[in-house]
Design a protein around this ligand. Structure first.
Ligand code: SF4
Length: 190
């Protein structure tokens, strides 16, 4: 029997926001020592970036979990998704967007000796887990095949977010999803 205990595995969890990280972190902790990696150059406007980062900082403090805050270059993200601006949510723009953040997470994990990584993005009922996992696995052989929306993960994230008093946004993150949200709100009022 090896001497290395399973819980000593160092795992990197790419985090899109505090609420999605709650139940994902709870589950991933069973597999090792987790470091949160906040990497979300897709977020717009900057005030929204600050709000989501603040919620993740509060979660990290509450759970006594290490947090790495990646640099944010929204212009570089815009260049990365150029030509796909008018794609609908869940389409090709979103797959490119996942790849942007997961590529950074994979690079950070490789450079810093993590033996596994994954992302909170799979917990959202609005996102296709199969797309996210395929992209993650194409970027790193260490990417863990964990779909956080299984086992009632999303419901658990709502419960924990309420318990921790975390800010919960009502749009995915970029300016295009923000415009969609505003259109939905306007249509409801009309
Ligand atoms: S809708 Fe969400 S996943 Fe899609 S491009 Fe915008 S921020 Fe990224």
């Amino acid at each position: 029997m090896g001497t290395m205990h399973r819980a000593s595995r160092r795992l990197l969890l790419h985090v899109c926001c505090g609420p999605c990280a709650t139940a994902s972190l709870e589950r991933l902790k069973a597999l090792g020592e987790v470091t949160l990696f906040f990497s979300n150059a897709n977020l717009y406007p900057p005030a929204e970036y600050a709000r989501r980062l603040d919620a993740v900082r509060r979660l990290a403090a509450h759970c006594d979990c290490a947090l790495v805050e990646d640099t944010c270059d929204h212009d570089a993200w815009r260049a990365w998704i150029a030509g796909l601006e008018d794609e609908p949510e869940r389409g090709e723009r979103c797959r490119r967007c996942f790849a942007y953040s997961l590529r950074r997470a994979a690079q950070y994990a490789a450079e810093n000796g993590f033996s596994g990584l994954t992302t909170t993005l799979t917990i959202s009922p609005h996102k296709r887990s199969a797309d996210i996992l395929a992209i993650g696995q194409s970027l790193s052989p260490e990417f863990l095949d964990i779909d956080f929306k299984t086992a009632d993960g999303f419901r658990r994230s709502l419960e924990l977010s309420r318990e921790y008093g975390l800010y919960r946004q009502d749009y995915c993150g970029c300016e295009f999803s923000l415009a969609d949200r505003d259109r939905r709100h306007a249509a409801r009022k009309a």
